[in-house]
Design a protein around this ligand. Structure first.
Ligand code: PHE
Length: 344
């Protein structure tokens, strides 16, 4: 009898159940009316009197142990999440949502890729700049309206000497100035980056936006080179059928200067509300670098010439994706950002 009890004790201690059904089967096997322990209890009357005390104690011990063990196993199931009987340990703990690239980043990368294939490298510079690099060395007269409080955010204003002003850059042409100061031609760079202008925020203007400006300085660089590069850019960006048109314009740092339109990529040039029925939309400013600008940064304008161009990334993105409200770009509304999931 003692031997049988010992054997059952061992079995009880080793009991394991993978689910509630298995646990119930164990309970029936050991603790039910017809279970192994009750059978032993029934045999108790056959135990010789002198052994009754010890066998009784051992039997009680066995019964308690079995009850405790079953209760412990049961508790383990109940503590499991949602009481499910099986746990998939390979499941991810939380669903991980993948982010998407910002539409401005997508378009910026696309523009950079096109110019990188043409041999342009990327140059970057500070967003907090001095007047010298944003205006003075770019041939802005001291009273040029672009220096006005209307457009420029001032960090430090110097009453006596405007060239000592510390400002937020209003265009990335400042990076081109820094490149001209430090590098010998040939210089072939594009300057992507955020720029700031003190404008009231509306659907068509923001106090910051993004630009990509380009600069090429070498011997014998001509307007034809500029036109060729910009035509290639327009075709790569907006499709093989895209036409370009250059209109005379004015920038202090280029002479001659032009603004470039592309044939409206929405109506194909036929005329639609987007291009105000003209068939053309403006996308960038450009021109031949003014000799004064070259000289101001130590480049001999008798030996070298160059072209420059600059475009707004928001503008190009609007044309590509018809985003009607500029503010969408900086509101971080995931419903908007998710629309660009498929783009690269
Ligand atoms: N810097 C000009 C702007 O911010 C763009 C530009 C760059 C125009 C280079 C001509 C040449 O609007």
């Amino acid at each position: 009898m003692i031997g049988k009890i010992e054997q059952l004790l061992q079995e009880v201690e080793a009991m394991e159940a993978a689910n509630a059904d298995e646990l119930e089967a164990l309970r029936i096997k050991y603790l039910s009316k017809k279970g192994a322990i009750n059978e032993l209890m029934a045999d108790f009357r056959l135990v010789p009197a002198e052994q009754k005390k010890e066998v009784g104690m051992r039997l009680n011990e066995l019964k308690n142990k079995a009850q405790e063990k079953i209760a412990a196993l049961k508790e383990r199931f109940e503590n499991m999440d949602n009481g499910s009987e099986e746990m998939d340990l390979t499941r991810t703990a939380y669903p991980i949502e993948l982010g998407t690239r910002h539409p401005l980043t997508i378009v910026k990368n696309e523009i950079i890729d096109i110019f990188a294939r043409l041999g342009f490298s990327i140059a970057e510079g500070p967003e907090v700049e001095d007047d010298l690099h944003v205006f003075t060395k770019l041939n802005f007269a001291a009273d040029h309206p672009a220096r006005d409080m209307q457009d420029t955010f001032f960090i430090e204003q110097n009453e006596e000497d405007v060239t000592k002003n510390v400002i937020l850059r209003t265009h990335t042409s400042s990076v081109q100035v820094r490149a001209m100061e430090h590098a010998e031609p040939p210089i072939r760079i594009i300057c992507p980056g955020r720029v700031y202008r003190n404008e009231a925020i509306s659907y068509r203007a923001h106090c910051f936006f993004h630009q990509i400006e380009g600069l090429y300085i070498d011997k014998n660089v001509s307007f034809t080179d500029l036109k060729q590069v910009l035509l290639l850019f327009a075709k790569e960006m907006f499709g093989e059928d895209t036409k370009i048109r250059l209109r005379p314009s004015y920038f202090p740092f280029t002479e001659p200067s032009a603004e470039m339109d592309i044939s409206c990529n929405i109506c194909g040039g036929k005329g639609c509300p987007f291009c105000k029925h003209t068939g053309w939309v403006e996308i960038l400013g450009c021109g031949m670098v003014d000799p004064h600008v070259l000289e101001a940064s130590g480049i001999d304008s008798k030996v070298y010439s160059g072209y420059a161009f600059g475009m707004g990334v928001e503008r190009i993105t609007n044309l590509k994706y018809q985003v009607k409200d500029l503010r969408m770009f900086s509101e971080n509304d995931t419903r908007f950002l998710r629309e660009f999931e498929a783009a690269y």
